[in-house]
Write a protein that binds this ligand. Structure first.
Ligand SMILES: [Zn+2]
Length: 432
């Protein structure tokens, strides 16, 4: 068994801790041969390769920043021409490396590569052009980039399909299946010769990314259905788009079924509360992942988290109205904040109370209070200094990449405000 499969087995059964969150493969490590003629290049995202009589069939081409390195490592394993690329979905870390492989094919005169994807992938690319600025801003927060940046040109698929498509690439059968899950345009594939499944982002070594607070709708239930359909094929090799491959029928079943159960549990709990007329606030604060699943090393909330998935399930089935009538046509937040600050005896008092609550350990309430203080007194460096400290504490207390990215960015905004406005002491001196 390959070293990669041994490592993933140790992580699944708890003998080894998963480093970081499984998202970043070490650059410079060679492609891992995880089956006869099957390789996985760990990168952000991975490139999965099958050797066929017509050349290589690839699943995903990584991000443009990582693709040159991923290509070189793939070439260390096999130098055959690339015949076909399947996009598992249209997220930029999976598709923007296409130019690197197209350029290689042109340079080698090895024939054009055929790109295949679900029919919603081109629609996604169109949406990315429409929302380029928004995506730049949210990715800056989520991925800690120095400035907003998002691509606006994409290598479109040559062929698309709707429900299922079976490709024969040089004698190797790739049975593509559409599933909504992390995205509306996901493809997972069954490769019978290798008893392998290519899962894209439907298994990521962390809690499923079905909740991302800044992105479009995700589909927890469909995701679980897809995982169970994969499990029914009794695959012996699981090839994800992030993190290591999993080998052995029993381990593959375990991770597929546990991930499905986690999504099914959240889905069932949310729907039960919605059907009973609960408000979103009750749903968010009531639904919990069962303890046995929450303890699984491959379901840790280090990227996305169950609370965000709960909100996405609500959004899928409900409206945007959260059940609180005050939120239907609300007053501007700044007006409400000013009212509350006045009641409290000023924004500074509100911020001071936020500090107390934070030091007592309730960062959820502390953030609510300090946010109102900053909205009531947007030009107060003292309030912003407290706001920055509270969001830094919140960032440190949270586990998911998405929550920490947003809290980090809020803290940085207030640190910048303090810099612009002068230190709290200097301003107090000037006004005294
Ligand atoms: Zn991904």
């Amino acid at each position: 068994m390959s070293e990669m499969l041994e490592r993933s087995a140790r992580i699944i059964d708890g003998r080894e801790r998963l480093a970081m969150n499984g998202l970043y493969g070490a650059s410079g490590t060679p492609a891992a041969e995880v089956g006869d003629g099957v390789a996985l290049v760990e990168a952000f995202s991975n490139v999965v390769a099958f050797r066929t009589d017509a050349g290589l069939a690839l699943f995903d081409v990584s991000h443009e920043l990582f693709a040159p390195d991923a290509r070189a490592r793939l070439r260390g394993w096999c130098d055959d021409r690339v015949d076909t690329v399947v996009y598992t979905h249209g997220h930029v870390d999976h598709v923007t490396g296409a130019g690197v492989f197209d350029a290689e094919a042109t340079e080698r005169k090895s024939g054009a590569i055929r790109f295949v994807a679900h029919e919603a992938v081109p629609d996604r690319f169109d949406r990315y052009v429409l929302t380029n600025g928004y995506n730049g801003v949210i990715n800056m927060r989520q991925f800690r980039l120095p400035e907003p940046r998002f691509p606006s040109e994409f290598r479109r698929p040559d062929d698309v399909y709707r429900d299922q498509l079976t490709l024969d690439v040089g004698g190797t059968e790739l049975a593509l299946h559409h599933a909504r899950g992390e995205t509306d345009d996901h493809t997972w594939a069954w490769v019978p010769q290798h008893r392998a499944i290519c899962v894209g982002d439907l298994f990521i070594w962390q809690f499923p990314n079905a909740g991302n607070p800044q992105k479009v709708q995700r589909y927890a239930w469909d995701w679980a259905v897809a995982l169970r359909a994969m499990a029914a094929l009794e695959p012996e090799l699981l090839l994800p788009a992030h993190g290591a491959a999993v080998g052995g029928a029993a381990l593959v079943q375990t991770v597929l079924i546990d991930t499905a159960r986690a999504l099914e549990s959240l889905h069932e709990q949310v729907l039960a509360l919605m059907n009973a007329g609960a408000r979103l606030d009750d749903v968010v604060h009531t639904v919990r992942l069962p303890d046995d699943l929450a303890a699984k090393p491959y379901l840790q909330p280090t990227y996305d988290e169950p609370e965000f998935v709960v909100r996405n399930i609500w959004r899928l089935y409900g409206g945007w109205y959260d059940g609180n009538p005050a939120h239907l046509k609300p007053a501007p937040e700044t007006t409400v904040a000013a009212e509350l600050a006045q009641l409290a005896g000023g924004a500074t008092r509100l911020a001071a109370r936020a500090e107390e609550v934070a030091s007592d350990g309730d960062l959820r309430v502390a953030c609510e209070l300090v946010e109102m203080a900053a909205q009531a007194a947007p030009d107060s460096p003292g309030v912003h200094a407290i706001r920055a400290a509270i969001y830094e504490a919140r960032r440190d207390a949270e586990r998911s990449f998405m929550a920490t990215g947003i809290y980090r960015s809020a803290a940085m905004d207030s640190r910048d405000r303090v810099d612009q406005l002068g230190t709290p002491d200097a301003q107090a001196d000037a006004t005294s």
